[in-house]
Design a protein around this ligand. Sequence first.
Ligand code: GDP
Ligand code: ZN
Length: 289
Amino acid sequence: MILKGIGGFYTIQDTEGKLHECRARGLFRLKGITPLVGDRVIFSIQAGQDGFIEDISARKNEMVRPPVANIDNLVIVLAASSPKPDLLLADKLILQAEKNNARPVICLNKTDVSGTDMEEDLKKQYGLYDFLAVSARTGSGIENLKNVLSGKTSAFAGQSAVGKSSLLNVLGGDIDLKTGTMSKKTSRGKHTTRQTDLLYLKDINAFVMDTPGFSVFDAVKIEESELGALYLEFLPYLGKCRFLSCLHANEPDCAVKQAAAAGDIHPARYERYVSILNILKEKRERKYD
Ligand code: GDP
Ligand code: ZN
């Protein structure tokens, strides 16, 4: 597993947990393939020499910003107190996960502070998704989070100050952070050289990555026509609109819109769907200007 890549050098963790420095064979460059953090690779190494990446396993998915492969879970962290949850961002991150075949996990942190109202509301909005209520401060719910992460590769995403680093710290326990994402603090603000290292949590056999950027959605190519199918709560209604090509916005006799009006689809989720649809539309129109 590639944990880290800098200037053509890759840090690879072998199946026994040992780390190796490797370069990629020139062959990859010829084929236009760049090894990514998260890649499963076969490498060769001879005593006293640099190792070489010989082969890269087929990727389950590949994210562009940050560049990382094979993410199983996208853990979308929200804060129950402050900062106030940016649910448009949360929805975009869910879409990013769905589009990439990764599992979106809503993780409401700082539940030690707030009342339960927000938790109730968010559970209604994201009822069909995996939803965890946790506190990095008290440790409440952390076992559930560990169960989700165990044996998988997960990226943490969300607004700044929601507690992503705090959660990683709690999860990390006494692990050696030298190889991991904790270098983030120093790389903050440097967009182009931002590191996206994976951190290995030995106790639970999990790889985790702190995704510092939340502009990631910009890089995901979603067509307006496929957006609705990326909403789990829309699925029962798809194909039931009057028009086959319905985008569930202004069309008459739209089953999705009717379900939102009746409260069977959460109206706030539906409203944000329409916003995102408009964002995609504007993006498309700008492209063909
Ligand atoms: P990040 O920017 O998402 O990595 O957020 P940080 O981990 O840096 O946390 C931002 C602030 O929230 C810090 O002051 C943390 O101490 C605080 N914080 C993080 N988790 C919790 C929590 O579970 N409860 C409370 N009350 N505060 C928290
Ligand atoms: Zn419709």
